[in-house]
Design a protein around this ligand. Sequence first.
Ligand code: R5P
Length: 291
Amino acid sequence: MIVLASHGSSRLATALAEELDAELAAVEEDRFPDGEWITRVPPDLEGTAIVVHTTPAPQDENLIKLLITLDAARENGADEVVAVVPYVAYSRQDRRFEPGDPVSFRAVARAISANADAFVTVDLHEPSTLEFFEVPSENVTAAEEMGRFIAEELGEEDPVIVGPDEGARELAKTVAEVFDAEWDHLEKERISGDEVVIEPKEIDVEGRTVVLVDDMIDTGGTMVEAAKALKELGAERLYAACTHALLTRNADARLRAAGFEDIFATDTVPNPYTVVSAARPVAEAIRELVG
Ligand code: R5P
């Protein structure tokens, strides 16, 4: 078994190779004068090749590099190619929102399925969309790893783990259950035509340390809005945790300005806030898929 590390995924790929006790090789990449990409893998592969290739911005470049690297792995001797795409671009475009729209994520899933024998991802935005993949697939969570980190870092403060919306409920629950912390999610309630209240469904956060947990932080808008509501309700200290720290448009600066003391993220995309690795659950999924 060999783990092939693309440029944006070398940290996770290195940890994954260690977990699997597998060989590790870097995928080389280059561009033709007209801008087209070429990627290269070791030319003498055999057995199972695990291509680790994440796809944050520039998404379209990363997606094409992923597809040609999967092809390169097969062309260069791999008997079986596993695509580990810890963050999958277009995962939020998972249904037809307006007439005329595509289901973009299904198109991405089909393209990956056409080039790999199996697929593994981490904290997929909408877990049910795993069914778009046409090869054996696993969506693992890094929430337990995050829970262990938060327990160690903030356990003495008895933090409340909160999802900023209902979609983040399961993630918050999984993080909290690792160390028996209280958990909740925020709900938006429209109380009049132009008045919306955001508050935790059950827990009183006054005077508490709150860790907001979401699958991704993109522009930071969701976290900033949640922070405002929690501060108004008397939360004392705020932290933001996520699996995928995309951090576009200076999101981290916006989070600091909104009162977050720190950001905790995983290694699914390159970012300066990585504190835990998704390697262990990804390795478990690969062992199940590959045997
Ligand atoms: C939304 O449903 C997602 O789970 C995230 O809450 C959202 O995509 C984060 O984006 P942003 O940071 O731009 O608010």
